[in-house]
Write a protein that binds this ligand. Structure first.
Ligand code: NAP
Length: 437
């Protein structure tokens, strides 16, 4: 048997994930080598601060601040520094120097994926990124390989652990949004600036990656419709539970027929009500899950830890073994598949169901007025629940919770505008989408 030379691995970053990856390579390199069919050697670890505290013992002679030099002497570059620059420049330099790439960097791929994949395709390099969505959960490889012969129709994902943790605490412990965010920050689930998580930017990057893979079409992150969880209230979450639902921040992508009858792709992130018997309703704490529907396979659910240095290192090392094995057996890397070029549909054309909570004047004829507003905009009402609330000055008021059949976002928005202007409506209390029915 031919002995393959040692493969040179360069690590960019030794933070939460990078330190765990370095630890595994340094301490379990023999086992990885046996799986790869060749030895592996960590040739360097690029960091910002050579004296920084690390979660793993990394020999001082491996640490360097010269990442540019490091990427030019590696067979495989594992990028775990995060952010766009200098990660983008370093990854492109590594590809052009003949290296394969393993990265966990969702921001880089969501914003510069096509540029990186094109550079890799030109030289036959591979780009692996299992850890970029869902941390430890295998979802990229299933979409890229296992489901490559099927047609994915829809993905519903809980891909941001921070927001799931916050919404879950409000739901199960009755905490306020502020308190559960503070707890998430204390436990290290949320950053001191939580904007990327709570405003849905992180989930939007991930759904852009999932949608591009699932529908063989580049779905730019800027085309993802995004709403975060900051406007969700404890009252909405409690009312949803009473009605048999739980509120989750969902990353959704699907193939749908748009207003002009042409099939396209929708990618969106928003908080939505999910029925309690849906598998996603059972995703608690900071866990992630991705629910995939495909024409032949039916429904599949991928569940587990969406973050954490050690957990995420599992996905990174799996990619490292795959990339290294190809060096041993040869052949070109797996190219990205974007043959489908579906149009990306605007949110206004998307159809879903809604629960609308209204505070109304409690008088005869009100229900008929409200029903007329829905009908005038082509939104069909499925259920109405009425509770007497109290009084507004002299007039008694009631709360109406209206559940709709599927309607377009445009029709629903027009209905809500009309309801807000109606003399019988005191206040539009809440509008939440319903998904997963
Ligand atoms: P992190 O803890 O902030 O670590 C970043 C590392 O990169 C640090 O070691 C830092 O060096 C180094 N670094 C940053 N900029 C650098 C530069 N310009 N030159 C050289 N080194 C630089 O990040 P992380 O949490 O491990 O995340 C790494 C990647 O994994 C990100 O893309 C993230 O989105 C992704 N990811 C993370 C998780 C998770 O649970 N943490 C889960 C899934 C995916 P110093 O240590 O010297 O500052």
């Amino acid at each position: 048997m031919i002995e393959y030379r040692n493969l040179r691995i360069a690590l960019l970053g030794a933070g939460s994930v990078g330190a765990q990856v370095a630890d595994q390579i340094l301490n379990h390199g023999d086992e990885l080598a046996a799986r790869i069919g060749a030895g592996i050697e960590l040739v360097g670890v690029a960091v910002r601060d050579l004296k920084g505290k690390r979660d793993a013992v990394i020999p001082a002679n491996l640490l360097t601040t010269d990442a540019e030099k490091l990427v030019r002497k590696a067979d495989i570059v594992v990028e775990l520094m995060g952010g766009i620059e200098p990660a983008r420049t370093l990854v492109l330099a590594a590809i052009n120097a003949g290296a394969d790439i393993v990265t966990a960097n969702k921001a880089l791929l969501a914003h510069h994926g096509p540029e990186i994949f094109a550079a890799a395709a030109q030289v036959g390099a591979q780009v692996y990124y299992e850890a970029a969505v869902g941390g430890a959960i295998p979802i990229i490889r299933p979409l890229r390989e296992s489901l490559a012969g099927d047609r994915v129709t829809r993905i519903l994902g809980i891909v941001n652990g921070t927001t799931n943790f916050i919404l879950d605490r409000i739901d199960t412990m009755g905490e306020s949004m502020e308190d559960s965010l503070a707890t998430a920050q204390q436990l290290g689930y949320a950053e001191s600036d939580p904007t990327a998580d709570v405003e849905g930017f992180d989930a939007a990057q991930k759904v852009s990656i999932l949608a591009s893979l699932a529908f063989h079409t580049h779905v730019p992150v800027d085309s993802v419709y995004r709403e975060g969880i900051t406007s969700v209230t404890r009252e909405q979450i409690q009312a949803a539970r009473k009605a048999g639902y739980v509120v989750k921040l969902l990353a959704i992508c699907e193939r749908v027929v748009g207003a002009n009858g042409v099939e396209g792709v929708s990618a969106r992130v928003y908080p939505a009500m999910v029925p309690l018997d849906h598998p996603l309703a059972a995703v608690h704490g900071a866990n992630n899950a991705v629910f995939v529907q495909a024409e032949a396979a039916g429904s599949l659910m991928f569940y587990g830890a969406g973050a954490g240095g050690l957990e995420t290192s599992s996905a990174v090392l799996g990619d490292l073994v795959s990339a290294a094995r190809r060096h041993v057996v040869g052949g070109p890397g797996l190219a990205e598949s974007t043959h489908a070029t579906f149009p990306i549909l605007p949110i206004s054309e998307i159809r879903t169901r809604y629960h609308i909570s209204l505070e109304v004047t409690d008088a005869s004829g009100v229900l008929a007025d409200i029903a007329a507003s829905f009908a005038a905009h082509g939104v069909s009402v499925e259920s109405v629940e009425q509770k007497v609330l109290g009084t507004n000055g002299e007039a008694p008021t009631a709360t109406l919770v209206v559940g709709t059949h599927e309607a377009t976002e445009a029709d629903l928005a027009a209905t809500v505008t009309a309801l807000a202007a109606s003399p019988v409506v005191e206040r539009v209390v809440s509008v939440l989408r319903v998904e997963g029915l």
